[in-house]
Design a protein around this ligand. Structure first.
Ligand code: ATP
Length: 443
């Protein structure tokens, strides 16, 4: 973990937030390369969820959330962790995360601690006009259920996907970006008829495992945790956690829950007409019936399957898998990030052999622009004049290919392409570069 943290800072992936003022605990900023990797992870998810499935639509709902949403979802009452204080070290811990160094007799009785952040809304600070910062993106998917259904003419089964920030006042943020107070989630709510839920749940678990493998997280690094009944969240009939072998231990990367009809049932008006299966509180505030009519014209509240993954945890797992130290000849080593090319922050580095040679530099800039215009991601013009140093830097940040422009380029329109993983170099026509790069990124 220390090596990953050091690499992230050195190369500009991740910085401590508000660093120049001593930081803010549990909050991080993503630097020039971090923002690219993060965006690439998110767009890979969006592609796999929304663009590849005609029965799934996207959404980008607000972060500020009407307290009623989180009242009826159950978060006001139950979204809390039990915490204890240690009278010896004066620290506060989640009950299941007390370090071994704290003695049992020094700990207070557990108290419930709600994890939601509240913020004042409007000019009056009377404690009544407030909103929550959403603790998950899911709830506003449920409140928009009818809006999406009516505006897209969908019928069951169908899903709504969303990527966005979520906030939790974690008692003990820790392990770098693994447990933080501000993070991003990638969530799908997939609505099905009751009775079809178990099959759909199984199929989403498999699809999500396949997706993680496509991002370079192999099954050998994953454990499947079938959450036992007594540990299930109040809304869940069954939850499968995808656990990853993080540098600090095996912990949750993504949860895939069968949330039954709890959420739509909880947020719906006229609940007694809807044959809701789960146990929901009476809703006196909603103005929408969150149900569909089946083939017999009966109102049914859909069941929902929810794959919910954290972007930061994905980032950490992907980085951990990609991070490689390779032995080279002469007792030398190189650090290389073997990222899947579609996730690499920089897709290709364009390097002129001589940094002050107008013709070579001009040609390199032209090649950079042509490749950049393909829209495949960031192409970096790298005018250091030191090819070896550029190769090392781009190995370390995971750039799949380096393209070198030299005097021969000016004569015969060819360049040298160096492959990150094999370090092989080959000479190819400039005209073939776009196709070459496309093949690398799709591999
Ligand atoms: P944990 O038990 O680790 O606190 P959780 O079960 O509360 O996690 P969920 O509510 O299922 O997590 O959230 C779905 C996903 O959101 C998690 O699988 C994780 O990837 C991510 N996530 C949740 N809390 C955090 C956090 N504090 N920091 C970073 N990612 C988080």
């Amino acid at each position: 973990m220390d090596e990953l943290v050091a690499l992230c800072k050195r190369r500009g992936f991740i910085f401590q937030s508000s660093d120049i003022y001593g930081g803010l605990q549990g909050v991080y900023d993503f630097g020039p390369l971090g923002v690219e990797l993060k965006n690439n992870i998110k767009s890979s998810w969006w592609d796999a969820m929304v663009y590849s499935n005609d029965d799934i639509e996207g959404l980008d709902s607000s972060i500020l959330t009407n307290p009623l949403v989180l009242k009826y979802s159950g978060h006001e009452d139950t979204f809390s962790d039990p915490m204890v204080d240690c009278k010896s070290c004066n620290m506060r811990f989640r009950v299941d995360q007390v370090p071994e160094s704290c003695k049992k007799e020094d700990l207070t009785e557990p108290r419930q601690f709600n994890l939601m952040f509240k913020t004042n809304v409007g000019p009056i600070q009377d404690g009544k006009s407030f909103a929550y910062l959403r603790p998950e993106t899911a709830q506003q998917i449920f409140t928009n259920f009818k809006n999406v259904l009516d505006s897209t003419s969908k019928s069951l089964p169908f899903g709504i996907a969303q990527i966005g920030k979520a906030f939790r006042n974690e008692i003990t943020p820790r392990n770098f970006i693994f447990r933080v107070r501000e993070f991003e989630q990638m969530e799908l709510e997939y609505f099905v008829y009751p009775g079809n839920d178990e099959e759909s749940h199984n199929s989403w678990v498999q699809k999500r495992l396949d997706w993680w493998q496509d991002q370079g997280v192999p099954m050998e690094s994953i454990e499947i945790y079938d959450v036992p009944k007594e540990e299930l969240a109040h809304y869940s009939k069954k939850t499968i956690d995808i656990m990853y072998k993080f540098p600090h231990g095996v912990e949750e990367l993504e949860g895939i829950a069968n949330r039954t009809d709890f959420d739509l049932g909880s947020h719906s008006k006229k609940q007694n007409e809807l044959n809701i299966q789960s146990s929901v509180s009476e809703n006196k505030d909603s103005n929408s019936k969150l149900a569909v009519q089946n083939a017999d014209g009966e109102w049914v509240v859909p069941y929902v399957i929810e794959p919910s993954a954290g972007v930061e945890r994905g980032f950490l797992a992907i980085l951990n898998e990609a991070y490689t130290i390779e032995e080279l000849a002469d007792n030398k080593t190189r650090t290389v990030l073997k990222l899947k090319p579609h996730l690499s922050p920089v897709k290709a580095a364009i390097i002129p052999l001589k940094k002050n040679d107008e013709n070579i530099v001009g040609k390199a800039k032209k090649i950079k622009k042509n490749l950049q215009d393909l829209g495949l991601g960031r192409i970096m013009f790298e005018n250091t004049g030191n090819i070896g140093k550029s190769y090392r830097r781009h190995d370390e940040i995971g750039t799949p290919i380096c393209v070198t422009i030299d005097f021969e380029t000016l004569e015969n329109e060819t360049v040298t392409v160096r492959d990150r993983d094999s370090m092989d170099q080959s000479r190819i026509d400039i005209a073939k570069l776009p196709e070459y790069l496309l093949n690398v990124i799709k591999s």
